[in-house]
Design a protein around this ligand. Structure first.
Ligand code: TYD
Length: 229
């Protein structure tokens, strides 16, 4: 029997980069080709992680410091990986995740100022080998992303979350950090210009995803591993 093995694709970027819209587009394109797709997000994605999400995004953990927040993000991630992501990938599905380990590297590591050894240690434990096959980094000037995120909060009548409130300079630093990260791991991380029409962005992302999936059958069976017919 050929072994079933799915794929894990993550989406990263600053605030208001359009990740959720693009995940939706990619999911539709993949499903149209017969792939089974699971859409998820961080922090959250599994019941345990969703409970921690509330603590983090409400700002309830903020007063306890960035180290505490980083550990909570990692706790949520570990639950999400073991309860949802790994089982889905092992079952041959394609998992699309809105933010993952690179957000911790950037938000807690770079702009949070935590030491790389601390972030790396948490990452190793939380990710536990489930490194994404492809990471799409939606790149956008910080002021464009921030004004989009603010408009979104206004439309929903919600207050900006703990992270959306931060200043432009911090967002710029995060943008640079995502670009640095992509330069260090060019095989996994692909930068897509988020400041273009949504359908142009979607086309670029689709191309990258289908390059990754080249050789994979819609049921998740890798052609290379499939039994000869
Ligand atoms: P969310 O409402 O999902 O916003 P977004 O649309 O920006 O993804 O909020 C997630 C917030 O949590 C976002 O501001 C980034 C932050 N975050 C971290 O700081 N570290 C992490 O590891 C993750 C996954 C998210």
């Amino acid at each position: 029997m050929a072994s079933l093995k799915g794929h894990f694709i993550t989406f990263e970027g600053g605030e208001g980069a359009g990740k959720s819209t693009q995940i939706q587009y990619l999911a539709e394109a993949l499903r149209a080709h017969g792939f089974e797709v699971v859409m998820t997000r961080e922090p959250g994605g599994s019941p345990g992680a969703e409970a921690v999400r509330h603590v983090l995004l409400s700002g309830a953990a903020e007063e306890f410091g960035v180290r505490m927040e980083a550990i909570l993000f990692a706790a949520a991630r570990s639950d999400h990986v073991e309860e949802l992501i790994r089982p889905a990938v092992d079952a041959g599905k394609i998992v699309l995740c809105d933010r993952f380990m690179d957000s911790s590297r950037v938000y807690q590591g770079v702009t949070g100022g935590l030491e790389p050894e601390f972030i790396n240690g948490l990452e190793r434990i939380a990710v536990n080998g489930m490194v994404p096959d492809l990471t799409i980094i939606l790149d956008l000037p910080a002021e464009v992303g921030l004004s989009r995120a603010r408009a979104r909060s206004d439309d929903r009548g919600t207050k900006p979350d703990r992270y959306e409130k931060e200043a432009l300079a911090v967002q710029e630093k995060r943008r640079d950090a995502f670009l640095d990260l992509a330069a260090r791991e060019p095989q996994r991380c692909k930068i897509v210009d988020g400041n273009q029409p949504a359908d142009a962005i979607a086309q670029e992302i689709e191309k990258l995803a289908f390059e990754l999936l080249d050789g994979a059958e819609p049921n998740g069976t890798d052609r290379a591993e499939a039994e000869p017919s």
